[in-house]
Design a protein around this ligand. Structure first.
Ligand SMILES: Cc1cc2nc3c(=O)[nH]c(=O)nc-3n(C[C@H](O)[C@H](O)[C@H](O)COP(=O)(O)OP(=O)(O)OC[C@H]3O[C@@H](n4cnc5c(N)ncnc54)[C@H](O)[C@@H]3O)c2cc1C
Length: 499
């Protein structure tokens, strides 16, 4: 639960999913309907307060924070087929509080599948899309590419009201929309501004997503070293699979770092019996690996084992190289085939909820005279090794590389360029966690990386964001159009998006 009344005072409080921040907003609202959302914004305007919505509080950046009016969207939880599209689809409409895992369950029942997701499924679909959440997919891209239409409550006139925003080509048939529903706005500029907008244009009530008939993926995880993996990446590895994910242990000799290379490819459907066999085989492999490193397995599940892991790493920073090598080797497998969302879900959720990260994107193809992303990653590995050797500071997990196909949305890091996201995670109780994550950000910022909106990004500023996004000024005009009085601003938007 992201919020609950204080056990003694009975007053509202809210905290993010990793429990690194607790907020006591002036008002905590839990709307159930679109009319509730409009009322919340109108009341906030009357009281001259600012408003932020929150999905499931999984952002480790300060994107959702406010101490004015915080709108918890969990009760906006409906999922339905969308009947007003001009083309056959399949399309589903999800309200703002629906989690990725709820959507997957509903789609499964309809014989459908999500087209893209990250490695986790506890976020709200809307919150994830608004911050540009992605997996590792060069053939499809990030979650935001699924959006065809969205309903946004804006504060652009005397009273707050809802609009349905879609591409100019027109997605919905106006004749099939309810006469008293939100105003229909078919306008590319508004659409490409709103889909990834971190809540800065208004409160999203719902989104229409394009799904697809159930499909299957085969995942293979193999162990290699960084020199060979780099060669493979330079020689077309990304073209051979629908998704590639790489983990690198920075705390080994340069060039010899252990890497995990995980690949996804689409395969033909398998029957129920084979699916069961795949699950059993996967389970046995997982148990086998877990037996070799039980502390890593148990650390996420029990407070005591988590504390023990943290204590060992904080007391003996020299052991991190060995631990990460063993964590990488432990993931090796002979392949796993299942429905797409079960393969895309990467597990380790209990440990991830005790950690946070900074994740920043580098264009796959450098601008003329620019650096190649693999050289920037090499520099990062050197920097991390030096930080460890000199000061005993280290990340708690391997460095992750995920690859995402370009998108037309204006404020998503992969806007009009394929990117490699570089992920640097730390346990929230690891010694020097914030210091490490700050230094990684400083290094990547110097090399022009584009920060993930939902991950730690406090080192980045408005000037940097403007340099990263060629359509930023056009986006800012849409912000002036929908939120001229900055009702939906907070410290995060002021720092990164400007006043
Ligand atoms: C365990 C874990 C795993 C993760 N895995 C991945 C991953 O694989 N890939 C990846 O890219 N990211 C990943 N993330 C980051 C995460 O996907 C994003 O931070 C996402 O935004 C979180 O979704 P949420 O529902 O918790 O949104 P929140 O953090 O609650 O909100 C995100 C932003 O959206 C705004 N917002 C939310 N709902 C609304 C609304 N209805 N109207 C207006 N504004 C709204 C908030 O104000 C905020 O700015 C992970 C995070 C965690 C904790």
């Amino acid at each position: 639960m992201p919020h609950a009344p204080h056990p003694i005072l009975g007053r509202d409080q809210w905290w993010n999913s990793t429990r690194t921040t607790e907020l006591h907003p002036l008002r905590l609202e839990r709307p159930r309907t679109l009319a509730d959302l409009e009322r919340v914004v109108n009341e906030a305007r009357a009281l001259e307060l600012r408003v932020r919505a929150v999905g499931r509080g999984h952002s480790s950046s300060d994107a959702p924070f406010t101490e004015d009016v915080l709108v918890d969207t969990a009760r906006l939880d409906r999922i339905a087929a969308y009947p007003a599209a001009r083309t056959p689809g399949p399309y589903v409409e999800v309200e703002a509080g629906v989690r990725v895992r709820d959507l997957n369950t509903a789609l499964d029942r309809m014989g459908l599948s999500i087209r893209a997701m990250g490695g986790y499924n506890g976020q709200s679909v809307v919150g994830a899309i608004l911050t540009g959440t992605h997996g590792s997919s060069m053939d499809y891209g990030a979650l935001s590419r699924m959006v065809r239409s969205l309903v946004l409550v804006v504060a652009d006139g005397p009273t707050a009201h809802a609009i349905r925003i879609e591409p100019s080509a027109g997605f919905s048939d106006p004749a099939r929309l309810p006469a008293n529903g939100p105003l229909l706005l078919q306008d590319d500029e508004a659409f490409h501004s709103a889909v990834v907008s971190m809540g800065a244009l208004g409160l999203v009530h719902s989104m229409v997503l394009e799904a697809e008939p159930t499909y299957f993926l085969k995942e293979v995880r193999r162990v290699s070293d960084w020199t060979r993996t780099k060669e493979e990446l330079r020689n077309g590895l990304l073209d051979r699979y629908s998704g590639v994910f790489v983990q690198i242990n920075p705390y080994e000799a340069p060039g010899r770092e252990t890497t995990l290379v995980m690949t996804h490819e689409r395969v033909a459907a398998i029957d129920r019996a084979r699916r069961l066999r795949e699950d059993v085989r996967f389970g046995i492999g997982w148990l086998n690996n877990a037996m070799r490193n039980p502390l890593l397995l148990l650390a996420g599940h029990f407070r005591f084992t988590y504390r023990l892991l943290v204590w060992r790493l904080n007391r003996h920073p020299d052991r991190i190289g060995r631990l990460l090598r063993s964590a990488i080797r432990g993931q090796r497998d002979k392949g796993y085939t299942q429905t797409a969302h079960r393969v895309l879900y990467q597990g380790a959720a209990h440990l991830k909820l005790r950690a946070y990260d900074t994740e920043n994107a580098l264009p796959l193809r450098p601008a003329p005279g620019g650096e190649h992303y693999l050289d920037v990653v090499d520099g990062l590995l050197d920097m991390l090794r030096e930080l460890h050797a000199r000061h005993g500071f280290h990340l708690s997990s391997p460095v992750g590389l995920r690859f995402v196909r370009r998108s037309a949305h204006w404020l998503t890091p992969e806007h009009e360029r394929d990117v490699c996201y570089v992920d640097a995670p730390v346990l929230r109780d690891a010694y020097g966690n914030s210091n490490c994550v700050g230094r990684v950000q400083q290094y990547l910022k110097k090399h022009g990386a584009i920060p993930h909106w939902g991950k730690r990004n406090e080192v980045f500023d408005h000037a940097h964001i403007r340099r990263c996004y060629p359509r930023f000024d056009a986006w800012a005009r849409q912000r002036d159009r929908f939120d001229p009085e900055r009702r939906f601003a907070n410290a995060f938007t002021e720092r990164l998006l400007g006043p």
